[in-house]
Design a binder for this molecule. Structure first.
Ligand code: 1HN
Length: 343
């Protein structure tokens, strides 16, 4: 690609006239927005280490009462995107949320889609459009766009979960807004949608009015995901052990924006992920190991840590424990990339 003209090549008076008329010459910026073959990536390779974040999160519990926070969250922001923009990847927001025993995060709904991945604690539940969903370690709980949701914690110690939202995308689309609601009166049995939909391939045919764009099953218990990966490992002695979370009605991703999955690393395994266009985040549910991107320095991780890696890169995971498997939940922008034809 040959060198194009720069701004400085243009007379100042001409540049000033353009600016006054809200005009920008393309050619000085052309290479920046269309770099040769590989996009500019602001998403860094990063590990948010839970053991160092946990005391700061608990301190937030003392510094800021629920009434002053509504959602008590420390956001995992990728510095490449600018910390205050609260982006883990271009489209994904992530944060660690703390609820103390007896506290409630009040009812609201909003246009961004959200998933919670439970990190620590028990005895909490999220009520989504009248359905209380239990929250246990590693569970994935959906609050799709527009659904009312509030969180309660009736257990003993603190509860912490990882929120994953498509907020940066919806915000950029000038579509992000919320409304507050009255406390919900549960109208459905606890985990009803799980009971309805968890038998993959056999789904209830009862509600013809349902909006089939929205994933109907709200809770994806970790024990089921883990058992599926462990079972896969008995059939495949090698190759990447990976599953996708899908809408049980149509096999599509849970959200149109973010795709969720889980990976198992066999004891002592070193394995590369297939190269993909989309940046990716990883939450470690179990185990310990390292992550290296494009043969760079290996980042060490342990249980409850959260990591990010850019797209268009070679990602290698090592399970440094030769006795036990490791498990990670993944989130990426593959549904968007597929829809846009850039995957
Ligand atoms: C939200 O609604 C929750 O409901 C958590 O727990 C984090 C971050 C940005 C916007 C909305 C929640 C959020 C959020």
């Amino acid at each position: 690609m040959h060198q194009l003209g720069t701004l400085e090549d243009l007379p100042q008076e001409y540049r000033d006239q353009l600016t006054q008329k809200n005009l920008v010459p393309l050619w000085p910026n052309m290479r920046a927005v269309l770099p040769p073959r590989v996009p500019t990536r602001k998403t860094g390779t990063l590990c948010w280490d839970y053991q160092t974040i946990r005391p700061l999160l608990l301190e937030a519990g003392q510094l800021t009462p629920m009434e002053k926070a509504e959602r008590r969250v420390l956001v995992l922001a990728n510095p490449g995107h600018g910390l205050s923009n609260m982006q883990a990847t271009p489209s994904i927001y992530m944060g660690l949320q703390l609820i103390l025993p007896g506290e409630t995060a009040p009812n609201h709904r909003h246009t961004p889609n959200a998933v919670r991945i439970i990190v620590e604690g028990e005895g909490a539940f999220t009520t989504v459009d009248g359905e209380p969903c239990r929250m246990e370690r590693g569970d994935l709980i959906l609050t799709p766009a527009g659904k009312w949701h509030e969180h309660h914690h009736e257990g003993e110690g603190p509860i912490v979960w990882l929120d994953v939202l498509d907020l940066p995308l919806i915000y950029q689309l000038e579509g992000s807004w919320a409304m507050e609601g009255q406390p919900q009166v549960p109208s459905l049995a606890r985990d009803k949608s799980f009971a309805d939909y968890s038998a993959a391939g056999v789904v209830p045919n009862i509600n013809f009015e349902r909006d089939t764009q929205t994933a109907p099953m709200l809770r994806y218990p970790w024990q089921k995901t883990r058992a599926c990966l462990v079972e896969m490992a008995t059939h495949y002695a090698e190759g990447l052990l990976r599953i996708s979370y899908v809408n049980p009605e149509n096999g599509k991703s849970l959200f149109p924006s973010i795709g969720f999955g889980a990976i198992m690393l066999r004891p002592g395994e070193v394995i590369s992920l297939p190269r993909r266009t989309t940046p990716c985040i990883f939450h470690v549910v179990e185990g310990q190991g390292s992550l290296s991107v494009d043969q760079g320095t290996a980042l060490q991780w342990v249980e409850k840590d959260t990591l990010s890696a850019p797209g268009y890169s070679d990602i290698t995971f090592s399970n440094t424990n030769s006795e036990a498997p490791a498990f990670l939940i993944t989130a990426d922008e593959s549904p968007l990339h597929q829809y846009l034809g850039i995957y």
